[in-house]
Unconditional design. Structure first.
Ligand code: FES
Ligand code: FES
Length: 220
C-alpha cells in the first residue's frame, strides 16, 4: 500500500487504510434486488420479492462479520466469496484476486487468527468470524515497520501480491516474533509473486523484526 497523492496532500498507507475502515458500512446501505434492482425497505420485503419475481432462485442472505474491529451486518448473494464481499460490500480493496482458485495467496486475510484465502471461501460461511485485512494491519502502529521495510527493500513491483504477503508475514510474526529466514520462506510458501520479488520478502521481514525488537522508528 503505497503513499497516494490526494489533491495537494499525500496520504500515507495507514491514513488510506483508516479512511477505508471508517467508510465501511455497518448496516446494509439499501435493500435492493441484485437481479432486477427493485428496491425495498426491509430484508423481509426482499425475500417476498424473490418469491414473487424470481421463484427458484436462491435469495440473498444476512451475514454479520467482525471486520477490522467493526461489526458489519450485510445482505449478500450466497455465491459471493469473502474476497468479493470485502471489496464490493465493504470497499476494502487491499486483498487482491489474482488466481481466484486458492493458488497464489494474493487474497489472504486473517480469519479467527489464521491466514485464510478469501477467494476460496463463501462469505455466507463466515457468519460471526473475526476478520482482519491488510487495511486493519496498516492502521496499527506496531506494524508500520513491516510496511516500511517492504518499501525499503523493494519487495514489490506491480504490488498486486504484496497485501497477501504482508498479511502472511503478520500471521507468522504473531506466532513467531523472531523467525529464521527458513521459517519466513516456509510461512510465505503459499504466496506467489509473478514479478519475481520473492527473495526480497525475507530481507524485508528480517529487517522489520529487528526494528520492532528495538522498538524504534523505521528509517527507510
Ligand atoms: S486469488 Fe485467492 S489464492 Fe489466488
Ligand atoms: S509485485 Fe507483482 S505480482 Fe508480486
Amino acid at each position: 500500500m503505497e503513499t497516494q497523492r490526494v489533491g495537494t496532500t499525500l496520504k500515507s498507507a495507514s491514513e488510506q487504510a483508516a479512511a477505508m475502515i471508517a467508510a465501511m458500512p455497518v448496516q446494509p446501505k439499501s435493500i435492493r434486488c441484485p437481479i432486477c434492482r427493485w428496491q425495498g425497505l426491509s430484508y423481509a420485503e426482499l425475500i417476498d420479492h424473490y418469491a414473487a419475481e424470481h421463484p427458484g432462485i436462491v435469495a440473498p442472505v444476512v451475514v454479520t462479520l467482525n471486520v477490522n474491529g467493526k461489526m458489519c451486518t450485510l445482505i449478500i448473494e450466497p455465491h459471493l466469496t469473502l474476497k468479493q464481499v470485502l471489496q464490493f460490500h465493504l470497499g476494502l480493496i487491499g486483498a487482491k484476486q489474482m488466481c481466484d482458485r486458492g493458488a497464489c495467496g494474493s487474497c489472504t486475510v486473517i480469519m479467527d487468527g489464521k491466514a485464510t484465502l478469501s477467494c476460496n471461501i463463501l462469505a455466507a460461511e463466515c457468519e460471526g468470524k473475526v476478520i482482519q485485512t491488510v487495511e486493519g494491519i496498516a492502521v496499527i502502529p506496531k506494524w508500520k515497520p513491516l510496511i516500511d521495510a517492504y518499501c525499503k527493500w523493494d519487495a514489490m513491483q506491480c504490488g498486486y501480491c504484496t497485501p497477501g504477503f504482508l498479511v502472511a508475514a503478520k500471521v507468522l510474526l504473531d506466532r513467531n516474533p523472531n523467525p529464521t529466514e527458513n521459517e519466513i520462506n516456509e510461512a510465505l510458501s503459499g504466496n506467489i509473486c509473478i514479478c519475481g520479488t520473492q527473495p526480497r520478502h525475507s530481507q524485508a521481514i528480517t529487517e522489520a523484526v529487528r526494528v520492532m525488537a528495538e522498538g524504534g522508528a523505521f528509517n527507510a
